[in-house]
Design a protein. Structure first.
Length: 164
């Protein structure tokens, strides 16, 4: 089940993010380098973005995705993580989380969504390309924003060019 973030999920979301980043992908990013996850309400929702979680049948967080509003036109997709055992077409969690975010971007009339993803997360790269993201270089970012993993690849989805 996909639902909008509530603070009762805070600890589970932090655990998910740190596990996928540091155990699965070994990017060594601590919570101190991503303080946005300590206050999701302020860093995502209150500023005009949103944050969603995927719950398993026991109501436990197994996935997350966030959208930070940067301008009226540009938003940043962040914290798109799913525990390995819940990934894949048979679960559909990634697609469901992404569709919740995409529906929100349409309603808010964003024209671009950008993201950064670890260079070694090749499965993620395939997903982003499949849904229309194009890889760009940092100098082509439409806005300035910081991201903790300096080896990240950057992707952009131009919502003004295609109907999603």
């Amino acid at each position: 089940m996909i639902t909008v973030y509530d603070d009762r999920y805070k600890e589970e979301v932090i655990k998910l993010i740190l596990y996928v980043q540091n155990v699965e992908y070994d990017v060594s990013i601590g919570v101190e380098e991503q303080p946005d996850i300590l206050d999701i309400q302020s860093n995502y929702i209150n500023d005009g973005g949103n944050f969603w979680v995927a719950l398993n049948d026991n109501g436990e967080v197994v996935g997350s995705i966030g959208l930070q509003k940067k301008t009226n036109e540009v938003a940043v997709l962040k914290k798109f993580f799913i525990y390995k055992e819940y990934r894949g077409k048979e679960f559909g969690i990634g697609v469901d989380l992404y569709n919740a975010l995409l529906d929100f971007t349409r309603k808010q009339r964003f024209t671009k969504v950008i993201l950064d993803t670890p260079s070694q997360a090749t499965r993620s790269h395939s997903f982003y390309k499949k849904v229309g993201f194009k890889e760009i270089v940092k100098k082509d970012l439409p806005i300035k924003y910081d991201y903790p993993d300096r080896d990240s690849l950057i992707f952009e989805l131009d919502l003004s060019k295609k109907e999603y």
